[in-house]
Design a protein around this ligand. Structure first.
Ligand code: SF4
Length: 374
């Protein structure tokens, strides 16, 4: 994982630089390279725990539920290695020079073995997030697969199996690319690589821009913003149109861009804040101040306990609270007959594209331009 952070074309951000190759050069030009947000500390710890389980090493200190969630995945891999007499590689740096000059990536897990069908390679990517990741045509996993084939497989080309283990989003998912899938993907990467040196080779898409480190400085993203937002965000006297007066087709454009717009505005805020904290000038007319004080906490928990129990007795403690359904299920085990019935209440309604499978609330949408025609 750490080596990837030092290569400009990391597999973990391949979904972005394949869609928008210029994002790499643009981020580099602004000192923003390597600031993708997918290296969260919780995810890093999960990878360390998973690696230790597979290598039979002492586990790093980690929450019990994380250990419990990761264990079945590690057991599945270890059982497979034993059953096939295969080789296990953990956090293996694999070369990507075939498609990215000087490139490499660090695969979470690779298993190789030979059976009646010939050589096999299983590339496994651990994902600890809760947004479901699909292994099919997954650029990160396909890069690892290319690296694993070049690094570990001599002779006949192996059959490749890609696995995503995502314990908080459904567990295992697998995909077996055919040789044509990998060849086509390798050609796509090789074609994109030269463009990653060109900061004007920009191509905004919701998927690429969402976690792009350069979105706060990106002219292509700013140009793609709905004009009501882009123009008014930079106006000296903001004059957003009254919400009820915006035409329906513009409302559709604005709502479709909501996530990207929010992240774009947040990135501008963060960039300005980081600049001031690093000793730079604040934006004209603004200053950075300390945030409001957070919730009060005991300065010395043990001393507070002693004082409050002495003064209040039992009243010093919070009343007992029933565990949540999620905690009860964890304690009782899935499918336990002791589990009481649960209900779920919908959260606030959300706008989604018409193609979404969920039934619509209210009247059906009219075709664009039809509103007001009668
Ligand atoms: S914000 Fe979007 S368009 Fe701009 S560089 Fe990043 S991915 Fe490309």
């Amino acid at each position: 994982m750490s080596d990837e952070l030092h290569h400009r074309l990391s597999p973990s951000s391949a979904h972005r630089w394949l869609d928008c190759p210029g994002s790499v050069a643009l981020a580099e030009a602004h000192g923003l390279a390597g600031k993708d947000s997918d290296a969260a500390s919780e995810g890093r710890l999960a990878h360390e725990v998973f690696a230790a389980m597979l290598l039979g090493e002492p586990l790093p200190e980690a929450p019990e539920d994380m250990v419990a969630l990761l264990r079945p995945g590690a057991d599945t891999i270890l059982a497979h290695v034993e059953a096939t007499g295969g080789h296990l590689y953990v956090e293996r740096a694999v070369p990507l020079g075939r498609v990215i000059p000087g490139g490499f990536g660090r695969a979470d897990v690779i298993v190789t073995w030979v059976d009646d069908c010939g050589p096999q390679v299983w590339v496994i990517d651990l994902k600890y997030g809760m947004v479901r990741v699909d292994p099919s045509h997954n650029p990160q996993a396909m890069l690892y697969a290319i690296g694993a084939m070049d690094d570990l497989c001599d002779g006949d080309p192996p059959r490749v199996l890609i696995g995503v283990f995502q314990p908080r989003a459904g567990g295992w998912r697998r995909w077996s690319p055919c040789p044509g899938d990998l060849a086509e993907f390798a050609a796509r990467v090789a074609a994109a690589e030269p463009l990653t040196h060109n900061p004007t080779a920009l191509s905004p898409t919701a998927r690429a821009c969402e976690y792009c480190p350069a979105k706060g400085v990106c002219p292509a993203l700013a140009a793609s913003m709905p004009t009501e937002i882009a123009e008014n965000s930079i106006a000296s006297t903001p004059a957003m149109p009254e919400a009820t007066t915006v035409a329906p087709d513009r409302v559709a454009t604005i709502l479709s861009a909501k996530n990207t717009v929010e992240k774009w505005l947040a990135s501008i805020y963060e960039a300005a804040r980081d600049k001031v904290l690093a000793g730079g000038q604040p934006p004209p007319g603004l200053k950075l101040v300390a945030g409001r004080l957070g919730t009060r906490a005991w300065a010395d928990h043990e001393a507070a306990k002693e004082a409050l129990v002495g003064a209040l007795g039992e009243a010093a403690w919070e009343p007992r609270k029933l565990v949540s359904p999620a905690t009860a299920e964890k304690l009782l085990g899935k499918g336990s007959e002791a589990m009481p019935a649960t209900v779920q209440f919908p959260t606030a309604p959300v706008f989604v594209p018409e193609a979404d499978k969920r039934p619509a609330l209210g009247a059906p949408a009219l075709p664009l331009g039809a509103e007001g025609a009668s």
